[in-house]
Design a protein around this ligand. Sequence first.
Ligand code: SF4
Ligand code: SF4
Ligand code: SF4
Length: 332
Amino acid sequence: MAEKLKFAFYWAASCGGCEVAVLDIDQKILDVIQVADIVFWPCAMDFKYKDVEAMEDKSIDVCFFNGAVRSSEQEHLAHLLRRKSKVMVAFGSCACFGGIPGLANLYTKEEIMRRQYIETPTTVNPEKTMPQTSYMAPEGELTIPEFYESVNSLGQVIDVDYYLPGCPPPPELVVAAVEAIAKGNLPAAPAIIAGNKTVCEECPRTKAEKIVKKFKRVHQVIPEDDVCLLEQGIVCCGPGTRSGCGAQCLQVNMPCRGCFGPPDHVTDQGAKLLSALTSIMDAEDPEKIMEITKSIADPAGTFYRFSMPVSLLEKKHFTKEASEKKDVAEVK
Ligand code: SF4
Ligand code: SF4
Ligand code: SF4
């Protein structure tokens, strides 16, 4: 019997859904176990970081890394696992593009800390005590990881060989990737294991060249089954999102949320979506366009839900002066 492969799984700034996605492949997990041993999986098994540190470099065949990178611990593990692994896979939208945690880049670290530890209605912190990375207790120094200024995708921190997008990646894609690994059929790295068209191109709904007077949220309308949701005034991210999921959300009357990120020909997913939406608005003059635009709830969170850290905006840039001015304005 051929020697088994060695797989590692790690989660960084992640909701845990990508870990569950590994189990979503159901009985196929038994096929995985036939071809691979899992040598590191903190979510499911009691491994210590020192176990990984003790491994020989490149002794892990494939590391599936989910979650974005926001802390010194996550960055350390990204570099360590890169050194120990022959193939690094960014597993899920958070690792591929920053994902949902990446929306925190709309705020500065200082704003996040202030909100979390001082301003939330349930917080009682009259001393305004903030977390410190080190504390000298009588028993010795205690440390916690550093919370970085902004969120990064995995590819912004280390070299990534393969990107498996999705929030989480659909089981069919996970199985296809594992089979390709087992058979040595992976494409040349770096590569994205998904389609390279848009979700619109695999969507079964028909476009009728309708124009939109107002955008509505999904709970405000019962959509027609076969007609493009965007043309029914429901914001759908299909025009700026990579294919490969089989337009699965559209099959159940839900709009695409953009979780596969932008296809190769789209530089900025949010800008592409904004352009797609303005092209179907029933308005020519700026005032009317602005009025219709205002009917879109949370535009930044809608257009950049999964891709903020890899977008042209990337993160909120505050100069010290602008930040101070903002603080003064808030006090007034
Ligand atoms: S990609 Fe989605 S499911 Fe996976 S960790 Fe991020 S938020 Fe969770
Ligand atoms: S915008 Fe959405 S509903 Fe319309 S064709 Fe594209 S994916 Fe389908
Ligand atoms: S339709 Fe859009 S949101 Fe739904 S799985 Fe596909 S890419 Fe993700």
